[in-house]
Design a protein around this ligand. Structure first.
Ligand SMILES: NC(=O)c1ccc[n+]([C@@H]2O[C@H](COP(=O)([O-])OP(=O)(O)OC[C@H]3O[C@@H](n4cnc5c(N)ncnc54)[C@H](O)[C@@H]3O)[C@@H](O)[C@H]2O)c1
Length: 401
């Protein structure tokens, strides 16, 4: 069977690497640079080894392309393109629309189209299907299904094989074919009654995280005002063997999912006249956390950051990955600069970002730890500045939340 995977990023390339063992995979991406690299067996995604791609390329089971005609004769298409927010923080389906155009214009025979991109309930039925049909030259009736992606980049204990996968087709035939496809490389497949349930479940999973992170971020502020340790209090609460799940405070939330997906749910809720107050407030609390952190740093440093050199340690959105999408470091740096600080950052995993390079981990007046990678030692962080503020709870001996 020949399959096309539209989008060769975190999700699409990861699926390609798994699927290459069983299928002939065409990795379609409109970024020509990525395509060239992939065809040379070079992976740009953590968790996908170049050696795996090279193995599939040699066996004739992987090819990357930007040419739509290369997907003309596939049997199955997976959509794995970005679903970001617009500037005014509304769902942006432009990438999905472009992917639908590619499929509609190029795929001539009847195929199964599976969407893995995260979006609001109704996207498969009311947007993807009509959009592909609108762009199709022939009157062929494709099959449609959803199987939301749950991959957590950088994580080794849960992967495509052992992470349970939800799925639902628009028709029973689509459901059966979706199960057949994923069962090759996923051990636990769970069918739900409609695509809308699968789409909503994915959004609710990340909303659950967003709301609980906001709750603990607000609680960190309460604990500080009461003069108690937020970490000791959380550890104490966590001794309860049921009904409690520990989340830890931070400078905010980052990545492509948690700051974004809940807004998709809020948008569709409000469109249907249902309240989404928790989601909206959680988003605000998490965004405000960066300013709270900077205010604490300022208060500890004589009430002014004017002219002080501040080193932000760790700008990736989470430890041990190079991903800076929606990172909380962005707002922390902005607030520090707004208050007159001279800001540089250190992150040897990220290396370069916004045209700036990772600075030395030393010589600053103030260090603010946003993300603590394993490759950076606490000793070096503590030695980097006379005052260190840690937002991660991992740098013992520093000031912190
Ligand atoms: N990264 C994650 O951890 C994760 C986890 C679960 C779900 N998701 C969801 O999966 C989807 C993809 O996310 P990602 O992290 O893989 O994004 P990504 O940015 O890493 O990769 C997307 C790729 O799609 C390509 N692309 C964009 N438009 C295209 C088009 N029209 N045709 C072909 N290629 C196109 C881009 O060049 C890029 O290489 C999103 O909906 C996201 O919310 C991501």
């Amino acid at each position: 069977m020949k399959i096309a995977i539209i989008g060769q990023g975190y999700v699409g390339l990861t699926i390609s690497a798994y699927a290459g063992k069983y299928f002939e995979v065409v990795g379609f991406d409109n970024n020509a640079k990525i395509v060239d690299q992939l065809n040379m067996g070079v992976s740009h995604i953590e968790g996908v080894e170049g050696s795996t791609l090279q193995k599939w390329i040699k066996a004739g089971r992987y090819q990357a392309t930007s040419n739509g005609q290369d997907i003309a004769d596939v049997d199955l298409v997976v959509i794995a393109v970005p679903t970001p927010l617009t500037i005014d923080r509304k769902p942006n389906l432009n990438y999905i629309e472009a992917a639908c155009k590619t499929i509609g214009k190029n795929v001539s025979k009847r195929v199964l189209v599976v969407n893995e991109s995260t979006s609001f309930p109704g996207t498969l039925r009311n947007f993807i299907k009509p959009s592909i049909e609108k762009n199709s030259k022939s009157a062929v009736e494709h099959l449609y299904a959803i199987s939301p992606e749950r991959v957590d980049p950088g994580r080794s204990d849960f992967n495509q094989k052992n992470t349970p996968r939800l799925y639902a087709g628009l028709t029973p035939e689509a459901s059966i074919r979706t199960r057949d496809f994923y069962s090759k490389f996923c051990d636990n497949l769970i069918e739900v009654s409609s695509p809308e349930v699968a789409e909503a479940a994915k959004l609710f999973e990340n909303t659950f995280r967003q709301v609980n992170i906001a709750l603990v971020n607000e609680f960190a502020q309460i604990a500080h005002s009461l003069g108690i340790s937020v970490y000791e209090t959380l550890d104490a609460a966590n001794t309860k063997p049921y009904g409690f799940m520990k989340f830890t405070p931070s400078a905010g939330v980052g990545g492509h999912c948690i700051p974004v997906d809940p807004t998709y749910l809020a948008a569709v809720a409000e469109e249907h006249g249902a309240p989404a107050t928790f989601i909206r407030r959680a988003n605000e609390v998490n965004l405000e956390m960066s300013e709270y952190v900077v205010s604490r740093v300022q208060a500890d440093n004589g009430g002014s950051l004017q002219g002080k050199s501040v080193l932000v340690v760790g700008v990736a959105y989470k430890p041990n990955v190079a991903d800076v999408r929606e990172t909380a470091a962005e707002l922390v740096i902005k607030h520090l600069r707004d208050r007159g600080a001279v800001v540089s950052w250190h992150d040897e995993v990220v290396g370069s970002w916004h045209g700036e390079s990772s600075a030395l981990l030393s010589g600053a007046d103030i260090a603010v730890v946003v993300t603590k990678h394993d490759v950076v030692s606490n000793r070096d962080i503590l030695a980097s500045a006379p005052y260190v503020f840690d937002t991660t709870g991992k740098v013992f001996g520093a000031k912190g939340l």
